[in-house]
Design a protein around this ligand. Structure first.
Ligand code: GLN
Length: 197
């Protein structure tokens, strides 16, 4: 399997390392590499979209001619995608008032609405142990200016919440995490992603 990490902005190298580690840990064969051009995207079987700044990532995806092809592959070919933090915002169908204000284009693949600044300014970064449906032991979540998933519908399943707000959801071949599983040295969420192939 060839997993691409959208490499236009954000914590790209942490993601490449985490995916490569998970591939080894769970005995898969494959590689992880950054995707910046259309040729890179054409080589991947699945994608992760890192944290960063969702409006910037969105603009760069459009500029680099990656945006529409990601949507096409995810909808027509069920290409697996793991989006974390800004990547989770981009996966949502509804980005709330802030996405409208910034006129940010979302990939709009998952039946969920997000609130980009759900945890407020005072609490920009924090860590919390999360009970995740399907995992035996809690997952230590690292949150950095994290969004929350404020509503899900259709096929989107909420899998974990923090302070009453959904922070992890899955819809078939798509996973959105408001936190950063690539920073926890725990690859159980990556494992789910790798099992999608
Ligand atoms: N709040 C940021 C945004 O709106 C996301 C933060 C992150 O990815 N760490 O894009």
């Amino acid at each position: 399997m060839r997993i691409g990490v959208i490499g236009v902005q954000g914590d790209v190298s942490e993601h490449v390392d985490a995916v490569a580690h998970a591939i080894r840990e769970y005995g898969h064969r494959g590689e992880a590499f950054a995707v910046r051009r259309r040729e890179d995207l054409d080589r991947v079987d699945g994608l992760t979209i890192p944290g960063g700044e969702s409006t910037t990532i969105s603009k760069l995806l459009v500029k680099l001619h990656l945006f529409d092809e990601i949507v096409r592959r995810a909808t027509e070919e069920q290409m697996p995608i793991l989006g974390t933090c800004a990547g989770c915002i981009l996966l949502a169908k509804d980005g709330g008032i802030q996405a409208k204000k910034t006129e940010s284009r979302l990939l709009a693949l998952m039946d969920m609405a997000v609130d980009r600044n759900a945890f407020g300014r005072q609490k920009e970064s924090f860590e919390a142990d999360l009970d995740v449906i399907g995992l035996e032991k809690p997952f230590h979540g690292v949150f950095i200016r994290a969004p929350a998933i404020v509503r899900t519908w259709g096929d989107c399943e909420p899998l974990a919440a923090y302070q009453g707000k959904v922070v992890l959801a899955r819809q078939k071949h798509l996973i959105g995490a408001a936190f950063h599983p690539e920073l926890s040295n725990d690859f159980r969420i990556h494992r789910w992603f790798l099992e999608l192939f």
